[in-house]
Design a protein around this ligand. Sequence first.
Ligand code: ADP
Ligand code: TRP
Length: 320
Amino acid sequence: MRILSGIQPSGRLHVGNYFGMMEPSIELQDQGEAFYFIADYHSLTTVHDPNQLRENVRDVAIDFLACGLNPDKAVFFKQSDVPEVTELSWLLSTVTPMGFLNRCHSFKDKTDRGIEASHGLFAYPVLMASDILIYDSSIVPVGDDQKQHLEVTRDIAVKFNNLYGDVFIIPEPKIRKEKAKVPGTDGQKMSKSYGNIIEIFGSEKPIRKKIMSIVTDSTPVEDPKDPSQSVIIDLFDLVGSDSEVEKMKSDFLSGGFGYGDFKKRLFEAFWDYFQPMREKRNELSENLDYVDSILKKGAEKARNAANRTLTRARKACGIE
Ligand code: ADP
Ligand code: TRP
């Protein structure tokens, strides 16, 4: 069983990325043949500074390894080291009805936020389908917001298979019931484009400040507070122990504690939770040749797998 996922190197990774995509991918690396990649072709739709892109790719590589991606178990590579994926993307685009892409909300979401409405941004779900189909992937762990792209991938694969025979495996998304939509400091979905993120590996002071800035209502310190409507509780649930979470919920209900106090507890739990990964990250940052060598080795394996599928697809549609 092939498991595959990708993450864009378009900024610093945050707690939403971790719980929505990285942690489930890391858990799955023991259960099948895992392929994880850094989606740099995709990031070209939003990042137009070449040095920034190179730096982001390296940062994501270090972050993912620090968080527990095990290169002895998972094949870890950079998307653009397998350029075959762009050829398959073209083959797929010739069978993709415009309607599949018109219905994707991510294009509208991104252009509404000021990102240029380029053809690449519009056609992005086809490249994502190619990412998935070229590795014969069965399972794709992602956060909730990628669900629609997985539906499009499946629809494109079925369309191609109906036309040309059974070329592609139809993949299944794997989206967690909990943790798939981590809220940001303003209560909306945490996203780098909303300016509401808590970075996994930010420095202590700015992270503390970020957590202390979480938006709350103005219930006075002495009054009871509603734990079911609180971003603080939702985030604490991710990083606190069960008993700490229970205690915070009962302190919400009893009154006598201010939001500032709860935010301090959240910061402490957050800092402890990511401490081992922070240490691993520091080690890896001193060892960049090692990081680069992992991506290089991963790319070789990925390329072999991609070539097999691409040849199948080329033959099926009459290119060879
Ligand atoms: P962003 O919204 O910050 O641009 P990306 O779109 O690059 O994040 O997402 C990378 C991965 O992380 C995807 O699998 C996505 O579903 C997941 N992800 C992003 N934000 C969240 C969130 N707030 N909660 C859960 N998963 C998320
Ligand atoms: N679109 C995904 C995101 O923005 C990244 C991605 C690209 C991806 N190709 C993929 C995820 C293939 C899973 C599978 O987060």
